[in-house]
Design a protein around this ligand. Structure first.
Ligand SMILES: [Zn+2]
Length: 149
């Protein structure tokens, strides 16, 4: 990392923290001129694609997923940070696959898997939207599945 003031290569990190979006914020100091500056490091992200039921391939929309999660967790004791964490976790997993592609079904299942551990009411709410319960029977099945555990 070159110092933006004097161009020296000799800099040290004096503080490092992770921002909410997962990027790493580093405060650096130049050994040569002692000036300080901040850098942000982000993982190089592959665009994630979601394959819909009708085989359409659409760009993964983080905001949309966050809206769904926020809806599912209304009045539950779950912070925005927790939701961000769930999503970041899932995104990393998908990015680790070679295609960076996931079916909407698998994506939903991954979210449900996470929510199940965090909050069961949120789980049922998300499931009711995501699984598009056509009838009360499939809804009851999900509830029963929870109760078994
Ligand atoms: Zn410098």
């Amino acid at each position: 990392m070159k110092c933006p003031f004097c161009g020296s290569d000799d800099t040290k990190v004096v503080d490092s923290r992770t921002a909410l979006d997962g990027s790493i914020k580093r405060r650096r100091e130049c050994i040569n001129c002692q000036k300080r500056f901040t850098t942000y490091e982000r993982f190089e992200e592959n665009q994630i694609y979601v394959v819909k039921k009708d085989k359409r391939r659409v760009k993964y929309d983080r905001e949309k997923l966050l809206r769904g999660l926020t809806f599912a967790t209304v009045k539950r004791n779950i912070s925005r940070e927790q939701l961000e964490e769930i999503m970041t976790d899932i995104e990393r997993k998908i990015q680790n696959t070679l295609s960076s592609e996931i079916t909407s079904k698998d994506l939903g299942e991954m979210v449900l898997e996470k929510l199940k551990k965090v909050d069961q009411v949120a789980y049922v709410r998300f499931a009711s939207v995501y699984k598009e319960f056509n009838d009360i029977k499939s809804f009851i099945e999900v509830v029963e599945e929870i109760e078994k555990k």
